[in-house]
Design a protein around this ligand. Structure first.
Ligand SMILES: [Mn+2]
Length: 448
């Protein structure tokens, strides 16, 4: 791989369009730039026949990062000179340069991501590239590789690089999203993992909750952020959330993750979404989701003016859609079946958001906690997407939404599955009534 990168010129970097892919692409692009190579970069949602058109003739030599290992036959057929850096499972082999986490014995789901693999190549090319370690970690966090509460495996070596270079700080802190970028009451009310019944989705309730704890949400005219709180106030807040969680049967393994290792980028400005690695990753995902991976790439590569501004607008758009969806659900209300609630959103809520919004409806007191909620929305291909959300009390009683959705889809030719508390399905809209009837019946059986 190193020889390929050093000896060739005129590269086309192709990367996945999510946070891990964009960070991998940015690292690849910067390392090539530092080698004095000519390069272009193209993010893509997928690597398939349909998208080959936009990927053709971008350069003489290709470098696929955070994708490619699973599409070797397709790449082989269409590109003559290429290298692949990836962490996804691979079945095929190639005689071209191919650096894959699994091939060297690392677990690409937990120990290293696409950005991490690309970073290791960059570091091997030039030790000075360790200044790219923060971006590599943003990719790992974006890929949820810290889901056990901390980064593990090779990711920890990259973390150590970042700390040594004085670019990263890691410590234990509350894991809710928006420590730096959301005013306190919003920070609580938008918490969806976990969601706190009585708080999530209800900003006023959150303000009341905070004031009861003696934590002000305003200082003069300024809104207070979690990052502004004193250590004693932070502690008080975490304990109070823990109590809310316990009272609502949120299991210990979830509550334990309320405080976890967090990774902050020391050179980024406070109160921006770049300060915290998770928020940085979310910003990149917002760019990708709106087909503006190019903006995310520029932010990764150091643009703090125009590109950052545009990326923040995309993130705001996402939040606005979430808020609008929640308002829609509050205003139209839910259909109540015998064993579940239905949020029939049609085209009013995006299929990618309907699940998150359904989950927020418990907190917002739109739905009673004694039944699960299934949100329905059309996807961009005209199919119906069903997103089920429950609470831990129902799971304790035997509810498993993943199994229920899967079983309800079987006779109607749809596809479904997922976790006990959150799951999804997709099926033909003409089967809606049939689906709901069967789903309701299965949920009833599970809870009986
Ligand atoms: Mn990835």
């Amino acid at each position: 791989m190193l020889k390929y990168l050093k000896s060739k010129d005129d590269f086309a970097v192709v990367c996945h369009y999510d946070a891990d892919g964009l960070t991998a692409g940015a690292i690849a692009s910067l390392m090539l730039e530092r080698l004095g190579k000519k390069k272009r970069i193209q993010p893509t949602r997928q690597l398939d026949e349909e998208r080959l058109g936009i990927l053709k003739d971008l350069g003489e030599n290709y470098l696929f990062v955070d994708l490619g290992s699973g599409q070797i036959p397709l790449i082989e057929k269409n590109f003559s000179s290429y290298g692949i850096i990836d962490h996804h499972e691979t079945l095929s082999q190639t005689d071209k340069p191919h650096f894959n986490a699994h091939l060297v014995g690392w677990d690409g789901a937990k120990e290293i991501s696409g950005s991490g693999c690309t970073y290791l190549v960059a570091k091997a090319l030039d030790p000075k590239n360790i200044d790219l370690s923060p971006i590599a970690l943003v990719g790992a966090v974006g890929d949820m590789q810290d889901s056990t509460g901390a980064l593990v495996g090779k990711n920890r070596d990259i973390l150590a690089d970042g700390i040594k270079a004085g670019l990263i700080e890691s410590r234990k802190d509350i894991s809710l999203y928006g420590r730096h970028s959301r005013p306190l009451a919003q920070f609580l009310s938008f918490s969806s993992e976990p969601f706190f019944p009585g708080l999530t989705g209800d900003e006023e309730a959150c303000e009341l909750f905070l004031s009861k704890l003696g934590i002000p949400v305003r200082k003069g005219d300024e809104l207070v952020y979690y990052a502004d709180l004193l250590p004693s106030q932070k502690k008080k807040l975490v304990s109070a959330l823990y109590v809310v969680g316990k009272r609502n049967f949120i299991p210990d393994f979830i509550l334990k993750l309320l405080v976890r290792e967090v990774y902050e980028l020391k050179n980024e400005q406070p109160k921006t979404p770049l300060k915290d690695s998770r928020e940085f990753a979310t910003l990149l995902n917002a760019c990708g989701r709106h087909e503006r991976g190019d903006i995310g790439l520029k932010v990764c590569m150091g643009d703090r003016d125009d590109a950052l501004h545009k990326a923040e607008l995309l993130l705001k758009k996402h939040r606005r859609m979430l808020r609008a969806g929640l308002e829609y659900a509050k205003n139209t209300g839910l259909d109540e079946m015998e064993h579940c609630f239905v949020l029939d959103a049609g085209h009013h809520i995006q299929d990618t958001l309907v699940g998150v919004i359904a989950g927020m409806l418990y907190g917002a007191k739109v739905a009673d906690q004694n039944k699960p909620i299934v949100g329905l929305a059309f996807d961009d291909k005209g199919m119906l997407k069903a997103s089920g959300r429950a609470n831990w009390m129902l799971v304790r009683k035997g509810l498993h939404l993943g199994k229920a959705l899967k079983a309800a889809c079987e006779p109607i030719g749809g596809e479904g599955g997922g976790h006990s508390i959150a799951a999804g399905a997709r099926f033909d809209p003409s089967k809606k009534e049939e689906f709901l009837e069967l789903f309701d019946k299965i949920v009833g059986e599970q809870l009986a």
